[in-house]
Design a protein. Structure first.
Length: 583
């Protein structure tokens, strides 16, 4: 059990948490939620011992085995699989002892190391590490690559795999899905469901929380309240709690008014003085129930496009990838894509069309080409072959994975707007930014001090200013909290133009997208089904060991001689039934 007793925490002059008294029991899977800046990560830092509470105590069991994800990964020469194996410190220590004994030709030491490995089932460590890497999207041929060869996002995955490798009683995960694709998120959810220890997890992904959590810890207005159940259950309980609180407040206010009226009327009357004094005491003893303060509702909107032609953008038999001459900065996330002369082809013979009202979600593992497809639609990547046709009135709104980092340091939100609309008045900018939750002087603050969520919100505001008729959004939620994600989902639902969305957030994707396309194995193909069917298909494919289960072309559309549809879309694909599945 972990207990917080009369716990308080500050960061600088700011009080984050106060008077916290909660107990978390072994085996609980706890989702830690609250608006950005409420103290979630600081609470984790107290649990790990990085910072001390300002008041009170935190009681942790003796010999607690704690695992968490490192924030940084050094540029190591170690292979990915060795790096993950080292997460099991006991196995790693024995393996190092074996190496030292072998180098010294100490065969008794070698035998002792082998005996210890057998006692703790250490011989399967590399197999366990391989399964973790595979589940998190690393292809087998990358397992022996040096850690230093991986990009930042893939190193984050390595840190996550290393934390999962470590035997632990308590696992702390801070936004574990942020650098994962949907396939890896679904795998991680299944893995964590089987984790036997206590899980504390910060996440803004409500579907992920609903799939895992037995309890929800809500941080709000410097308080922490523990609810039983997942996030959806928390929402229901909190709504009922607020309703009851408001009823109690209104009842108390009515009683206060009644008592005060009696006191004011009879306090000077000798025959009623005793009764008036009794009511004064009663008034002083009332509980002081607080009124429910309505939280500021976050609302954003994308202005309707000035022009909305029917056929907006089309790729016809396009080969997409990147050239090796530096003409494009994009490159594959996987390390096994062959070079072909002066270019690397990621996707072949893509037929993809966008019309007004289309809402398309892109599915598939990282590195398969989802971002490549989006960049090709934008025109950021030159075509390797084929044709890209855009309507003259096409206005693109593009949110890339690097958009948040590309905001200009030292500049304000108004400075950013003035770059794209130099002739607009400052007051118009202020009015617009106020609707995006940058009120008053916030519009004149430099972005250097903005949180990741504020930067993402500003980036979306800059996109919306142009009144695009096509939105191409590549992981727009990574820095957004739950309330902001809900606001984004509502805004996208009201948008009349076309949307292409890449996101690991199933709740957002499910609310916004009507159709899904799978990007994998060099192809872009329509997936006939919803996200639940996609998750079931992935599980079935995994149980069959990978390779065999591929989406199945509808029989009536297999004939090669049939022409493409006017929209330029390829045939629908649906999950293939597994051999022996369900038998």
């Amino acid at each position: 059990m972990i207990a917080f007793r009369n716990f308080a925490l500050r960061r600088g002059e700011r009080l984050l948490l106060s008077d916290v008294d909660i107990a978390l029991h072994a085996g609980a899977k706890v989702g830690v939620i609250g608006r950005n800046g409420c103290g979630k990560s600081s609470l984790f830092a107290v649990v790990t011992g990085e910072i001390e509470p300002d008041k009170g105590d935190i009681d942790l069991p003796n010999k607690l085995r704690l695992a968490s994800v490192a924030q940084e990964t050094p540029s190591l020469p170690d292979s990915a699989i060795d790096f993950v194996v080292s997460g099991d410190t006991e196995v790693h220590a024995i393996l190092e002892a074996e190496k030292a004994a072998t180098a010294a030709e100490d065969w008794d030491g070698v035998a002792a190391a082998h005996q210890k490995l057998a006692e703790i089932n250490g011989y399967d460590a590399e197999a366990r590490a391989g399964r973790l890497l595979h589940g998190l999207g690393f292809r087998p041929q990358t397992h022996r690559m040096a850690v230093s060869e991986f990009s930042g996002g893939w190193r984050v995955r390595l840190n996550l795999a290393r934390a999962l490798m470590q035997p632990s009683d308590l696992l702390l995960l801070d936004e574990p899905t942020n650098h994962l694709d949907l396939d890896a998120v679904l795998w991680l959810e299944q893995w964590l469901q089987k984790y036997p220890g206590m899980l504390l997890m910060i996440s803004h992904d409500r579907e992920f929380l609903d799939g895992l959590c037995t309890h929800t810890l809500h941080l709000h207005e410097q308080r922490a309240k523990l609810y039983s159940g997942d996030y959806t259950s928390f929402e229901r309980q909190r709504a009922e709690h607020l309703r009851q609180q408001q009823i109690a407040f209104e009842k108390e206010q009515a009683e206060r008014a009644h008592l005060q009226a009696f006191i004011d009327r009879f306090k000077a009357k000798a025959s009623k003085a005793k009764q008036a004094q009794s009511r004064v005491k009663r008034l002083a003893k009332l509980a002081g129930t607080e009124a429910v303060r309505a939280e500021r509702e976050i609302r954003i909107n994308f202005a309707q496009p000035a022009k909305l032609p029917h056929s907006l953008l089309r790729l016809n038999l396009v080969d997409a990838g990147y050239r090796l001459d530096g003409s494009a900065h994009a490159g594959p996330s996987d390390h096994d894509v062959p070079e072909e002369g002066d270019h690397v082809t990621i996707l072949r013979k893509v037929k993809f069309g966008l019309e007004a009202g289309d809402r398309i979600g892109l599915l598939g593992p990282n590195g398969a080409g989802k971002s490549t497809l989006v960049k090709t639609l934008v025109g950021e990547l030159p075509l390797l072959d084929g044709e890209r046709t855009a309507h003259p009135d096409l206005v693109l709104g593009y949110f890339a994975q690097h958009t948040v980092e590309s905001l200009h340091e030292g500049q304000t939100p108004i400075d950013h707007l003035r770059e794209i609309a130099p002739g607009v008045s400052t007051q118009d900018f202020r009015d617009y930014l106020g609707r995006w939750q940058f009120p008053g002087d916030r519009a004149f603050e430099v972005v250097d001090g903005f949180s990741g969520g504020e930067r993402a919100r500003l980036a979306l505001a800059l996109i919306a200013w142009r009144k695009p008729n096509v939105l191409l959004l590549d992981e727009p939620t990574n820095h957004l909290d739950l309330e902001m994600r809900e606001a984004l989902a509502e805004a996208l639902s009201d948008f009349e133009g076309a949307i292409v969305l890449v996101s690991h957030d199933r709740h957002l994707t499910g609310l916004v997208c009507d159709t899904f396309w799978r990007v994998a194995d060099g192809k872009v193909e329509e997936f006939s089904g919803d996200l639940d069917e996609y998750a079931a298909w992935l599980r079935a494919r995994g149980s069959n060991g990978g390779g065999e289960a591929e989406p199945k072309v509808k029989a009536k559309e297999k004939e090669k001689e049939k022409p493409a549809s006017p929209q330029g879309k390829v045939p629908d694909y649906t999950p293939k039934k597994q051999r022996g599945a369900g038998r």
